[in-house]
Design a protein. Structure first.
Length: 317
């Protein structure tokens, strides 16, 4: 049997033989070697297709940095959005990142599908970290859970899972019954996230009361069906569940599942979890990403004015 060469080697060999590829084939090869979750792959594919529509399907190898820059500005100003509204820096960055990855990969000396990388001259919009206020207070969490209970038991379980475990919406919608397991002492239940961000796996402890609720929910479900997901909902449908509760709660906040992830991290640190524990639970690759929650927690604790008040308390009576 002939030894199968790695994909990068095959591409290099074919290029040396002057065999050309269509843009569709190049994109498929790029997505095939991406070490990303299936949801990220889907978003990459959509973002690349959106850019190709903008350039009227001009050959990717002929694209210049000016065209990518104009596309970026169009997204920022709203010219390139379907709603004709300006996009946030984070959204614009999410559309540019796949192009940057594609051209970086394709212009690698071992790949040589592109002579140059036109994205190397394009800066990514600065993303303002505004997650500090994107959390619910303890009282607001209570109102949310009460509302979700009124909607249905499934919705309550979804909300409670977000708050207690800090999952991403894609991770929750792809959870399967077979991903749960007890530890060796049979005292705790753990959930393995099979396809987290970047295609990474991680294991999260399921709090006891939540575990019992999952068992109760399982009794009402046909776990022998072909689809073994816990919640037979798409990510978008899960978002609608939380959005519906958000409107009904009337808290003055239009919160999303990602707010509940921020809430989980903030409460965990506030009640004594270490930064490393929160990092592992949320699946952050870098501790710096988790550290942004520390600022919020510090604000919730005793601040500088409180110390001054204590020092001057004798004069404030």
């Amino acid at each position: 049997m002939l030894k199968q060469e790695p994909l990068t080697t095959q591409i290099s060999i074919y290029n040396n033989n002057h065999e050309s590829y269509t843009d569709e084939q190049i994109i498929e090869m790029f997505l095939a070697v991406c070490n990303r979750s299936k949801y990220t792959i889907r978003n990459y594919k959509l973002a690349i297709e959106r850019f190709r529509q903008f350039i009227s399907y001009k050959a990717l190898s002929e694209v210049t940095w000016q065209e990518i820059e104009v596309y970026k500005i169009g997204l920022i100003k709203g010219f390139c959005s379907k709603q004709k509204k300006p996009m946030s820096s984070a959204t614009v960055a999410s559309f540019i990142a796949p192009l940057r990855s594609l051209y970086k990969w394709g212009s690698d000396p071992n790949i040589k599908l592109f002579q140059i990388n036109p994205t190397s001259c394009v800066s990514t919009p600065r993303i303002t970290v505004n997650s500090g206020n994107h959390y619910l207070t303890k009282q607001e969490v209570g109102h949310l859970l009460d509302q979700l209970k009124k909607q249905r038991f499934r919705d309550y379980l979804i909300g409670l899972t977000f708050v207690l475990m800090g999952l991403r919406v894609s991770e929750l919608s792809s959870m399967e019954w077979g991903h749960f397991a007890t530890d060796v002492t049979e005292t705790s239940v753990w959930l393995t996230i099979m396809d987290g961000k970047g295609g990474k796996k991680r294991t999260i402890k399921v709090p006891q009361q939540l575990s019992e609720l999952f068992m109760e929910y399982a009794k009402s479900r046909d776990t022998s069906s072909e689809d073994q997901r816990v919640f037979l909902l798409s990510s978008r449908q899960v978002e609608r569940v939380i959005q519906k509760a958000s409107k009904q709660c009337n808290l003055g906040k239009k919160f999303t599942p990602h707010w509940l992830r921020h809430t989980n991290a903030t409460l965990a640190l506030l009640y004594g979890a270490s930064l490393q524990q929160v990092q592992q639970n949320l699946g952050h690759s870098h501790i710096n990403t988790t550290q942004r929650y520390l600022h919020t927690v510090e604000q919730l604790k005793k601040a500088a004015p409180d110390f001054v008040q204590d020092g001057l308390s004798e004069f404030l009576k």
